[in-house]
Design a binder for this molecule. Structure first.
Ligand code: SAH
Ligand code: SF4
Length: 373
């Protein structure tokens, strides 16, 4: 199997060219052909040397992922199931909001973190995605939208909020981010990319030093250690104190204000005690809180609080000076939450022998949005 071209950052490509005795200046033209002109056949790179064209034709793979299923919600949210070379599949969701079209990409097949409210967790970790498979989700869906919807459909933002814990797959996600941001290529600005993490402390400490300065969203879900541990077993190892010591090291100017994601589960983390704990833990000037009403799935052990309870919680946070929003439910008719699509298909045995989903399910869910400023 040839390595994928989409695994190469701009700097790596330059290095590779030098190693092969080719001109490193060709990297600029190649990124331009691949990421701006969408020409993925090296033979057509007319301003690139013949030797380089031959080298990439022979040694590199330019294939994209395969869209094996897609669904369109009434609100415009599109969900895709994409298949990789080894047959594994992940989901990716395109969410329109105002003038933006945000792609929610996956970072792993499954997840090892084991949050007790998350359907992806029940699958365990199958494997990390390669950088090319993360970049591949973007390229594949952008191409699909151009071919199947219109040339005006342009993905403008990316959130790392699909299946998986992006910081568990640190190096590949860093690489993918560098490729997304490369000025000679897709040139997505740092404000257009948001990484969401459950709070892997050593990786956050590393991120503070050497990850491109994208927006950070932290899945907090409780400001009380015992409650957070119940929701997220990772809190046993990296409790709130360790977590916030690491967060303090993130240079805020570069990464700007951190968004705290706060899942609201009925009777678990939505009481006055929780409000008071949050007020104590977070500084309203430096934090933005995004409330996510729990999204139920078959077999889930938590419940979504009532609308009144959700509004009460929001009101309490606003009263205390926080910028606080509620993540709107979108894509409810096409099952758009973390890991659910694939899990549901497996559970209901709706896959045909070619590993293609047979029917479109219809279970309510919510989608991550409101996160990119
Ligand atoms: N692993 C990363 C990113 C992917 S999950 C993380 O945990 O941050 C993206 C967001 O969806 C997280 O904030 C997660 O807590 C939330 N989420 C997971 N399952 C959910 C559910 N059943 N209902 C609502 N939000 C959920
Ligand atoms: Fe993994 Fe995030 Fe789901 Fe937790 S919420 S199990 S970290 S994908």
């Amino acid at each position: 199997m040839k390595p994928s071209f989409f695994d190469l950052t701009y700097d790596e490509l330059k290095l590779l060219l030098t190693e092969k005795g080719l001109s490193p200046f060709g990297a600029t033209q190649m990124f331009d052909w691949v990421y701006r002109k969408w020409v993925h056949n090296p033979q057509e790179w007319s301003n690139v040397s013949k030797a380089a064209r031959e080298f990439f034709t022979e040694n590199y793979d330019f294939s994209l992922l395969k869209v094996v299923w897609n669904g369109l919600s009434k609100d415009g949210t599109r969900k895709f199931l994409v298949k990789m070379n080894d047959g594994q599949t992940v989901e990716t969701v395109a969410i329109p909001a105002r003038e933006r079209l945000t792609l929610c990409v996956s970072s792993q097949v499954g997840c090892a973190v084991g949050c007790t409210f998350c359907h992806t967790a029940t699958q365990g970790l199958k494997r990390h995605l390669k950088a090319s498979e993360v970049v591949g989700q973007y390229l594949t869906i952008q191409k699909w939208l151009h071919e199947n919807v219109s040339m005006d459909e342009k993905l403008t933002n990316i959130v790392y909020m699909g299946q998986g814990e992006p910081l568990h797959n640190y190096e590949n996600m860093k690489k993918a981010t560098l490729i997304f941001m490369a000025e000679r290529g897709l040139a997505l600005g740092q404000r257009r990319i948001t990484l969401s993490t459950s709070g892997l402390v050593p990786a956050i400490e590393k991120l503070a030093i050497d990850f491109p300065p994208v927006n950070i969203a932290l899945s907090l879900h409780s400001a009380r250690n015992d409650v957070r541990t119940e929701l997220m077993p990772i809190n046993k190892v990296y409790d709130l104190e360790r977590l916030f010591n690491a967060i303090k090291k993130i240079p805020l100017k570069a990464h700007r204000r951190i968004t705290y994601e706060y899942l609201l589960a009925d009777g678990i983390n939505d009481t006055m005690e929780d409000v008071v704990a949050l007020e104590k833990l977070l500084n309203p000037k430096e934090s933005k809180i995004n409330l996510i009403p729990f999204n139920e799935f078959p077999g889930s052990k938590y419940k979504r609080p009532s609308e009144e309870k959700i509004m009460w919680f929001l009101d309490q946070m606003i009263k205390r000076g926080f910028t606080c929003t509620i993540r709107t439910t979108k894509g409810s008719d096409i099952l758009a939450a973390c890991g659910q699509l694939k899990s549901e298909f497996e559970k209901l045995n709706l896959w045909d022998k070619d590993n293609k989903p047979k029917v479109i399910p219809s279970i309510a869910s919510s989608v991550r949005q409101n996160l990119t400023p």
